[in-house]
Design a protein around this ligand. Structure first.
Ligand code: IPM
Ligand code: MG
Length: 359
């Protein structure tokens, strides 16, 4: 197979981990006889420094031409000034919006070898296997009007939470479809006791449920969901929710996987083209120290192979290579718990070890 992949490393450890994502792609290409053309583009703070924009036109054009996009992470204290549109994060938000990538898949699995890496007890996390399905192009992140105004009495700020029924229905439907491919349980997460938007969300979820009699659906309030996630995570299979709730719940859920450094994500739209990125951020405190965990980026590459290129066997090979290195005891600092049998490694040694085990 031939494919064109855009790689946008972004800022901080995003640069370090996407380098490993790109190496894994190349290795898979060599091992399985594919040709992947990789083109690099800029996004985020580095793009602001180089060209004044967090998503330069050239990067957007590159992503529109590519079959799939691998992103690192964006942001950092250096760029935490000015209005939202001038910040690194806006580059990523605009890219999601421009490419209409409305569905964000964040699988959270408690890999057996890492159960002790979670701050939660083994009997709680063991066996966790859930998918957070987050709506990605609506809600508070994009609603207008927004901004601030001032008068004699002080400053007033405004964000707007808006959704159309169509935007809600397509993500909820995808939640049911994905649940059908898994354990057939869907948790629809809302705040229907308070928000008008959530009221409609719940109505639509109830309507769509009629088309999926084989899927068990539960409606759950987001605050209760946050509690159940760390109290009894095994009760969840697929969770579907709006943009902001999904952002928060997916970081929380990462604790179940041992570390935020383990979580990959896929952002999909109607076609095959998708954007793949680790859920973690740029971690400015450990940049350039060979400490970043490259596994979330590598697992994002596995999702890319599966969802955009349809290469299931290759995706599974990458995932099992990751499980193998963890079973062998390799631990980047975010995963280390000082237990016997652990081998402390850095980004480079972890990446090399995964490469050795693929194909
Ligand atoms: C994420 C991140 C982003 C988001 C930021 C960087 C804009 O937190 O992908 O979860 O809030 O969506
Ligand atoms: Mg987030």
């Amino acid at each position: 197979m031939r494919a064109h992949i855009a790689v946008l490393p972004g800022d901080g450890i995003g640069v370090e981990v996407t380098a490993w994502g790109a190496r894994v792609l190349q290795h898979v290409a060599d091992a399985y006889g594919h040709t992947f053309r990789v083109s690099e583009g800029s996004i985020g703070g580095n793009a602001i420094d180089a060209s004044g924009s967090p998503l330069p036109d050239a990067s957007l054009a590159l992503c529109k031409q590519a079959d799939a996009i691998l992103v690192g992470a964006v942001g950092g204290p250096k760029w935490d000034v000015g209005p939202p549109e001038a910040r690194p994060e806006y580059g990523l938000l605009r890219l999601r919006k421009e490419l209409r990538l409305y569905a964000n898949l964040r699988p959270v699995k408690a890999i057996d070898a890492l159960v002790e890496s979670s701050p939660l007890r083994r009997e709680i996390v063991e066996g966790t296997d859930l998918l957070v399905l987050r709506e990605l192009t609506g809600g508070l992140y994009f609603g207008r009007p927004r901004g601030r105004s001032a008068n004699k009495r002080g400053i007033r700020v405004k964000d707007t939470l808006t959704y159309t029924s169509g935007e809600m229905e397509r993500i909820i439907r995808l939640g049911f479809d994905l649940a059908r491919q898994r354990r057939k349980q869907l948790a629809s997460v809302d705040k229907a006791n308070v928000l008008a938007s959530s009221g409609l969300w719940r109505e639509i979820a109830e309507q769509v449920a009629e088309d999926y009699p084989d899927v068990t659906v539960e409606h759950i309030l987001v605050d209760a969901c946050a509690m159940h996630l760390i109290n009894d995570p095994r009760r969840f299979d697929v969770l579907v929710t709006e943009n902001m709730f999904g952002d928060i719940l997916s970081d929380e859920a990462s604790v179940l996987a041992g570390s935020l450094g383990m979580l990959p994500s896929a952002s999909l739209g109607r076609g095959r083209r998708g954007l793949y990125e680790p859920v973690h951020g740029t971690a400015p405190d450990i940049v350039g120290q060979d400490k970043a965990n490259p596994l979330a980026a590598i697992l994002s590459v596995a999702m890319l192979l599966r969802h955009s290129l349809g290469l299931e066997q290759e995706a599974a090979a990458v995932e099992s290579a990751v499980e193998d290195v963890l079973a062998a005891g390799l631990r980047t600092p975010d995963l280390a718990r000082g237990a016997s049998g652990e081998r402390a490694v850095g980004t480079e040694a972890m990446g090399e070890a995964v490469l050795e085990r693929i194909g």
